[in-house]
Design a protein around this ligand. Structure first.
Ligand code: AMP
Length: 369
């Protein structure tokens, strides 16, 4: 069976790495030939909106998926029209994940607590949104924002002009700045027959809007129960097939949904070594119509993103229990080039190992274990 994947970044690469043992074949589409999945599988090179190319990809694939959520929904729909090719996850989930306002509306409809927010399209509208939602707040582009890009914090009325000058013009969303205690994510997979596999709760640390560290299982039973209920509600509402992630802030012991990702997610990379079945394998099992594997943890994991420049492999691997993933990308400030995952038998050993690993990598993170 051939899985066609739109986008051939590190997520696509890790999907292929998980799929070959299952006997799956892959075909990717991306804008450049110099992409992480290109060393593993054949690649069509062209624009994500190139209908002829998308159609070629769809014709040669039994299932079409994506490793990037900003693929044009209209182009995917047109490319698969009249073909037997399935698209998984569903396009409605993709469309929701592309628009921060659509995400907020979904959360509200499913009674998943989220941030106070208001859509903004004009300068006067931003003034009104700041008055209604309150200050401080954060102005975000509704589309194409990731890793903290397309965001501006507004601390007081004096900051409104600068935020508007930076982002005005595109459709925007203004939301309260949450003074959170911590950030967590819920990850789960739903199969074609409706069966689900939900991973243990993951705690995340971000810096400058980019994920730096994830730790799982994050043992907080009450939060995990809430997070699972919210994730299940979204999986069922979409009649979802594949892996879905929802990121939450935690304030006063309660979850506040930030955003969702209709795909495998960076905060689930620990599942490669740390879970019985990884998020990548389970995504493929789901979209290929195979039974899901257990999402239970195999120990206590910590995942550190390698950003901007890769450390020498020997420095990472000299620490026992640490696994390295190098995506083969050229270095650039702020770019995710790889990650490493530490697996330990107990939470205390994991936390000690994480401190050691962060020191080896010369990284410091506020509040990290
Ligand atoms: P996002 O692109 O929305 O996932 O934002 C990336 C990161 O920026 C989040 O994980 C938070 O660390 C921070 N952030 C985003 N929105 C807010 C908010 N409303 N309040 C506080 N921090 C935020």
């Amino acid at each position: 069976m051939t899985i066609g994947i739109v986008g051939a970044g590190q997520l696509g690469r890790m999907l292929a790495l998980a799929g070959y043992p299952l006997g799956l074949d892959f075909l990717f589409l991306d804008r450049s030939a110099d992409v992480p999945a290109a060393r593993l599988a054949p690649l069509l090179v062209g624009e994500f909106t190139d209908l002829a190319l998308l159609r070629r990809l769809a014709k040669r694939s039994e299932v079409l998926s994506f490793d990037w959520e900003n693929v044009s929904v209209a182009a995917l729909r047109a490319a698969t029209r009249g073909l037997r090719t399935r698209v998984s996850p569903p396009l409605r989930a993709l469309a929701t994940g592309q628009d921060r306002l659509a995400e907020k509306r979904l959360f509200e409809r499913l009674k998943i607590p989220t941030t106070r927010h208001a859509p903004v399209s004009t300068r006067a509208g931003l003034e009104r949104a700041c008055a209604r939602v309150g200050l401080p707040g954060i102005l975000k582009t509704r589309r194409l924002g990731y890793d903290g890009k397309g965001q501006a914090v507004i601390r007081s009325r004096a900051g409104i002009a600068a935020a508007w000058n930076a982002l005005g013009g595109a459709p925007l969303l203004y939301e309260e700045l949450v003074d959170f205690e911590l950030e967590v994510s819920a990850l789960g997979v739903r199969a074609r027959d409706g069966r689900e596999a939900l991973y243990p709760l993951t705690r995340n640390w971000h810096a400058d809007g980019i994920l730096r560290l994830s730790v799982a299982p994050w043992e907080a039973p009450a939060l995990e129960r809430q997070a699972r209920a919210h994730l299940r509600a979204a999986l069922r509402d979409f009649n979802y097939v594949g892996t879905l992630a929802i990121e939450f802030f935690v304030r006063d012991g309660r979850l506040i949904a930030n955003e969702l990702a209709p795909r495998v997610h960076n905060s689930g990379h620990w599942t490669i070594e740390g879970a019985v079945t990884s998020q990548f394998e389970n995504h493929l099992r789901a979209i290929a119509g195979l039974p899901l594997g257990s999402a239970a943890a195999r120990g206590h994991a910590a995942m550190v993103n390698l950003i901007g420049r890769m450390p020498p492999a020997g420095v990472v691997l000299a620490q026992q229990g640490v696994h390295l993933h190098d995506y083969g990308k050229s270095p650039r400030p702020g770019r995710k080039l790889g990650h490493c995952t530490l697996l330990a038998p107990t939470a205390a050993q994991r936390d000690r190992g994480t401190r050691h690993l962060l020191r080896r990598l010369a990284l410091s993170l506020d509040g990290a274990p």
